[in-house]
Design a protein around this ligand. Sequence first.
Ligand SMILES: [Zn+2]
Length: 143
Amino acid sequence: MHSRDAVFLEDLCPKLRNRRWRQSIHRHTNHCCIYCGKPSESIDHVFPLSRGGMSVTENCVPACLSCNGLKSDDNVFDWYRRQRFYDPRRAMAIRAWIDSDLRLAIRLLEWAQPKQIQSSSSLLHGESESKSEDKKDWGLRTA
Ligand SMILES: [Zn+2]
């Protein structure tokens, strides 16, 4: 009975919640597509909804429309390896992301694309900055 109530309450304000959550996902990569590094215009489900993937942070990555459309329901790693923009660091980042290790994912993405993810100054003393990034908006997972 209690869990039913909780689900119901979340359903009351899904829009705002959803929007905030989506924004937080884009912020993790500084609004860059996790696959190719172009501006992220959408959220991609790593494991597609049609195959039982869930709308939780671990399964949702920022993606440009092109990658999101191209990938469709393929296995993400099979698909990604075939792309011209394939970068093993990004592949590792995707794996870290779906393992809930956002912090590692962000570091790998910084490594793959230093200029766009972080300014050069924060790369020099990056540790403290990425820590504060970690705390906010992390973990909007469904119980
Ligand atoms: Zn892309």
